[in-house]
Design a protein. Structure first.
Length: 422
């Protein structure tokens, strides 16, 4: 496990779009971190581009892939868009298999052309074997080389958009770490076994994905590969489009990071519970918090429980205030009635009697405790009953939600011990 920060990952993803990149400089808390280019990834046939970078101080390696590129000429745009459509959207698991079907050699012009252009070859049995060429198959040999050299635990895959899809794909293939931005969906490219692992949450602590809730690409997925976090409040309705898809202002703006190089917590939201995070998930991970995705959700559940408990207290206060209101109301009218009962028969009230006071009060409403009730008692009782029921229900919800948060984390801890992850 590395120590790559959000700021480093986003800047690397951003600068991967540059040609001839020699190194990436990232300043964090007065320290300059340098990622040097070890190898340029480039395959003209498929449009694959990216870099292999190393932090020589830590020995960590990042393999970063370029995303869909519309500024490097028509040919590059066509290659990337073709990858987006035929690979990401329409592709299946066979799309990433380098060698597909075989057929008998016929010598026909079409077959000869495929062999000449590298899309097929004649194997030892004299059969013609089709070669599947795309950015995924083109990247595989290079990724395999560096995983073998440095080990999967020392490599982090990074990418934006299509590059994020490539990063997540190889993170799944090698059970490695990945940090992606507005990643394209690659779920359908996985094998059945890999899909099951994704569904079971195996990669939740390995693959961290950031996107905006209104990003058409970043939210277009059948299944999240690992842990997905939003960069703005998902409760704010907004039409999904491409306005928040770019890397520069949406993920690499210097104002988005704290002094330690992590995204500001006020920017981050859990994609399932829609709650604001207290810390960057990558910061938790780098600080050795095992099961950080579970910890985040547990904290959110407990914070919800606390808010509900506060609401329970508020409901109870309202109920008590309403009950006190009735006592206050009766006492106030009794005081008024007593005042005028003492005044009648004397001075300017010498023509009036206590019975006159009683009659006047009775005209205001039905008497209770000797005073008129000038509001609907049935509605009053109904409100009190509703408040009592609401208080009990809310208190029960808060208790169970708090219990869920604690048990959620406890269960993850026990499972981790069983699996030897602690």
């Amino acid at each position: 496990m590395g120590s790559l920060t959000d700021k480093e990952a986003s800047k690397i993803a951003k600068q991967t779009y540059q040609s001839g990149l020699e190194n990436v400089h990232v300043d964090i808390d007065g320290q300059r971190i340098i990622w040097k280019t070890k190898e340029t990834i480039r395959n003209k046939e498929t449009g694959l581009k990216g870099y292999v970078l190393e932090n020589e101080d830590t020995g960590e390696v990042v393999i970063s892939f370029e995303g869909t590129q519309v500024h490097h000429g028509f040919g590059q745009a066509v290659d990337d868009l073709k990858e987006d459509v035929f690979g990401i959207v329409l592709g299946g698991e066979d799309y990433t298999e380098k060698d597909n079907s075989t057929s008998t050699y016929t010598g026909l012009p079409g077959q000869e052309a495929r062999i000449a252009n590298g899309y097929a070859e004649i194997n030892e049995d004299g059969k013609v074997k089709d070669i599947n060429k795309n950015q995924f198959t083109a990247a595989e040999p290079l990724v395999k080389k560096y995983v073998k050299k440095y080990g999967k635990d020392n490599i982090t895959f990074v990418g934006h958009s299509l590059g994020g899809g490539l990063a997540e794909y190889f993170a799944v293939q090698y059970s490695a770490d990945a940090i992606t931005f507005a990643s394209a969906d690659i779920y359908d490219l996985l094998t059945k076994e890999q899909k099951e692992r994704v569904q079971n949450g195996y990669y939740k602590d390995k693959i961290i994905s950031y996107t905006y809730p209104n990003d058409l690409v970043g939210t277009f997925h059948n299944q999240v590969m690992g842990s997905l976090y939003y960069m703005s409040d998902p409760s704010v309705d907004s039409m999904k489009w491409f306005s928040t898809h770019g890397i520069t202002e949406n993920y690499a703006n210097s104002k988005m990071f704290d002094e330690n190089g992590y995204f500001l917590s006020q920017l981050l939201y859990d994609s399932t519970l829609y709650a604001q995070l207290k810390k960057s998930p990558l910061e938790l991970k780098n600080n050795g918090v095992h099961g950080f995705s579970v910890v985040i959700k547990s904290e959110i559940l407990r914070s919800y429980a606390q808010k509900i408990e506060e609401n329970t207290d508020l409901i109870e206060q309202t109920e008590n205030s309403l009950r006190n209101f009735y006592d206050y109301y009766v006492q106030t009218l009794q005081d008024i009635k007593s005042k005028y009962s003492r005044l009648v028969g004397y001075g300017k009230y010498d023509m009036l009697s206590i019975s006159d006071v009683e009659e006047i009060f009775s005209q205001f409403g039905k008497l209770d405790s000797g005073v008129p009730i000038m509001f609907n008692m049935d509605q009053y009782d109904e409100i009190l009953t509703s408040l009592k029921r609401m208080k009990n229900d809310t208190g029960e919800i808060a208790y169970n939600m708090n219990k869920m948060g604690n048990e959620f984390e406890k269960t993850d801890y026990v499972l981790a011990q069983w699996l030897g992850l602690k």
